[in-house]
Design a protein around this ligand. Structure first.
Ligand SMILES: [Zn+2]
Ligand SMILES: [Zn+2]
Length: 91
């Protein structure tokens, strides 16, 4: 009664198959939402949450002043410069 379904992963944009068996499993568990991510994205998210327990997620950015690569605790946006801790403290 279920048919394999192709879903586009929310994270990487790749198509993946939500198989009939998985749909049945979801229905049995009473999940009403379809999976939104492919298996590899789900796995990497799981690993991230396991690795970062309690720690803040850090993002790589390039310092707008010295050009060094640094880690910042927020997601760098194109419309605002990011400074490494050295340059930041000098400002
Ligand atoms: Zn994906
Ligand atoms: Zn810098």
């Amino acid at each position: 009664m279920y048919n394999d379904k192709t879903i586009v992963c929310k994270d990487c944009g790749q198509e993946f198959i939500f198989t009939a068996g998985e749909q049945e499993f979801f229905a049995e568990k009473g999940f009403s939402n379809e999976p939104q991510r492919c298996k590899s994205c789900r796995d990497s998210r799981k690993q991230n949450s396991r690795g970062n327990t309690g720690a803040r997620e850090m993002f790589s950015a390039v310092c707008a002043s010295c050009g060094k690569t640094c880690k910042v605790p927020f997601e760098p946006r194109n419309d605002r410069p990011v400074y490494c801790s050295d340059c930041f403290s000098k400002r």
